[in-house]
Design a protein around this ligand. Structure first.
Ligand code: SAM
Length: 256
């Protein structure tokens, strides 16, 4: 179909299209799609996932930045009901405004370039999305699902820790995509929960500390010793070892 439409996949847009119907079904199953559900998809691409979601009865709002895919996508979606495609760069869209009322799931094979920041942004700013079932690079999946002390632990892990719960559901080999990427992928489920008070302040503080990743907290945060003592946090610790509660106590004590 790509050849017939004269389309060459663009790596710069993370265009690795799913060509294995088994994986498509597995993602739709993992997302627990039932008739009437509202699904937001980022990167409709050639529509394999879009069509499968709609065929299970979901109402799909799909964003796709590459308008040259329009004739092909129209062909794939001909006769499929319940899909609206917005031809726009999702990073330029106010999802809070677009989704309005709640009850959305995000189900996507995310483009590599935007995956990690997009997931963090949705968790922090778009409460209308209750759950995400997204395919990402395996390294990104590891970061999203890491616990304190894991080598992959960083700011994205803390965003998830504050706003939800993440689990890698299954890995996906390069062979199910056209063209195959150079890396392994994984499907992750993130279920939202209400964040604790001061979650944003904790993230800002952690941002300062992770900025100086190799530094002890005493140096990267510059708080007097007493703040650490009162918060029950070791001033010589490194940021990747702190639990969510440690950041929240530091915020409380320091008023950061
Ligand atoms: N959903 C399709 C599939 O699974 O076969 C395509 C997935 S492909 C990994 C990612 C898609 O996201 C591409 O079609 C690409 O053009 C699109 N894309 C990349 N950056 C985007 C952005 N900023 N906004 C919207 N779509 C984007």
């Amino acid at each position: 179909m790509l050849a017939r439409h004269g389309i060459r996949p663009r790596r710069s847009l993370g265009q690795h299209f799913l060509v294995d119907p088994n994986i498509v079904s597995k993602i739709v199953d993992a997302a627990g799609i039932e008739p009437g559900m509202k699904v937001v998809e980022v990167g409709a691409g050639t529509g394999a996932l879009t069509a499968a979601l709609a065929e299970r009865g979901a109402t799909v709002l799909a964003f796709e930045t590459d308008r040259s895919l329009e004739p092909l996508l129209s062909e794939v979606l001909a006769g499929v009901r319940g899909v609206e495609v917005r031809w726009v760069d999702v990073t330029q869209v106010d999802l809070v405004e677009e989704l309005r009322d709640g009850g959305w799931r995000m189900v996507s094979n995310l483009p590599y370039g935007v995956a990690a920041p997009l997931v963090a942004d949705v968790l922090r700013r778009v409460p209308q999305v209750d759950e995400l079932v997204v395919m990402v690079q395996k390294e990104v999946a590891d970061r999203l699902c890491a616990s304190p002390g894991d080598p992959a632990y960083g700011l994205p892990s803390l965003v998830v820790g504050l706003h939800g719960e993440a689990r890698t559901l299954f890995r996906v080999p390069p062979t199910v995509f056209y063209p195959p990427p150079n890396v392994e992928s994984a499907v992750v489920r993130i279920t939202r929960r209400t964040p604790p008070p001061h979650a944003e302040e904790a993230l800002r503080l952690a941002g300062r500390a992770f900025g100086g990743r190799r530094k002890m907290l005493r140096r990267s945060l510059g708080f007097p010793e007493e703040v650490f003592v009162r918060a029950g946090v070791d001033p010589t610790a490194r940021p990747e070892t702190l639990e969510v509660e440690d950041w929240l106590r530091l915020v409380e004590v320091a008023g950061a």
